[in-house]
Design a protein around this ligand. Structure first.
Ligand code: OAD
Length: 259
């Protein structure tokens, strides 16, 4: 059933020429990827300080790498859901400029871009996301910064600490940890697209973690429309021009397909 709010949102999306789709863990919830702050969220059963900080990695790299090995294994079993696919198809339909900016590291937007591009016999580029917090499927050398595809699968038990073939420093997941800076060039592109956007669609985020959470505020300050899709109200709901309460996998296909 298309709610009035979703129908109104659809009209605004159809009229927009430049959009940012800004996503958080909620867009992947229906794929089976746990969120961070929900009832069964990751931060409810794990302590950030012990797993997602440079200090934790320096203190106990094996535990940190085993936790990320577990997350990698979990995500490798998950698939893009209708929300990811609707967003990717919307970005590839060529009728407007869409920039996908995600806080997620699960790679599901990237996989949805490949699926939608194959369906449309086109290149996935316009649907490939700006990944503000990095990507689980990549490793990065803690010494020279060299990036490589992570070896995923098998046991999450780390027997031998992985080392860089070029400089022998420890390899770590290519994700942003608390206390670390985001990639400046990625963040600059995300801020620019938010500033130029007619509409910023905010999907499945608690809007608590900066600088990512400033994306919709940049659109609002520049005179654009902020539209939130979430299963509950968030601190952003007071700022958003429209809030559609509903699951991303149900709302986005209605809001985006054919609009
Ligand atoms: P959170 O777990 O903080 O918030 C998830 C949001 O998604 C909540 O607002 C939920 O209500 C909403 N949600 C859950 N299921 C949904 C569904 N099916 N459809 C729509 N919305 C749904 O995750 P994020 O906001 O992404 O940082 O967290 C932001 C950052 O905090 C993450 O990127 C991570 C974390 O610490 C880093 O890794 C640096």
């Amino acid at each position: 059933m298309v709610t009035d709010e979703a129908a109104r949102a659809r009209e605004l999306v159809s009229a927009a020429r430049r959009l940012v789709v800004f996503t958080g863990a909620g867009v992947s919830a229906e794929s089976g990827v746990p969120t961070f702050r929900g009832a069964d969220g990751l931060w409810k059963s794990h302590r950030v300080e012990e797993l997602a900080t440079p200090e934790a990695f320096a203190r106990d790299p094996r535990t940190v790498l085993e936790w990320y090995g577990w997350r990698r294994g979990l995500v490798s079993e998950c698939s893009p859901n209708p929300a990811h696919l609707a967003i990717a198809r919307f970005a590839l339909d060529g009728r407007r400029r869409v920039t996908i900016v995600t806080q997620n590291v699960d790679g599901l937007h990237r996989r949805a871009a490949m699926t939608a591009a194959a369906e449309l016999a086109t290149q996935p580029g316009p649907a490939e996301p700006l990944e503000l917090h990095g990507a689980l499927h990549r490793d990065r050398c803690s010494g020279c910064g060299r990036r490589s595809e992570a070896v995923v699968g098998g046991s999450a038990v780390v027997r031998e600490l992985p080392r860089c073939p070029a400089c022998d420093a420890l390899l770590r997941p290519d994700v942003v940890w608390f206390g670390e800076m985001l990639d400046a060039s990625v963040l600059k592109r995300a801020f620019e697209s938010a500033h130029e956007a007619d509409v910023c669609l905010v999907v499945g985020t608690s809007a608590l973690v900066y600088p990512a959470a400033s994306i919709p505020q940049i659109t609002a300050r520049a005179g654009g429309i902020v539209m939130e899709i979430n299963v509950e109200a968030t601190p952003l709901s007071d700022v958003a021009d429209h809030t559609v309460i509903g699951a991303a996998g149900a709302v986005l296909p209605i809001m985006l397909e054919g609009s």
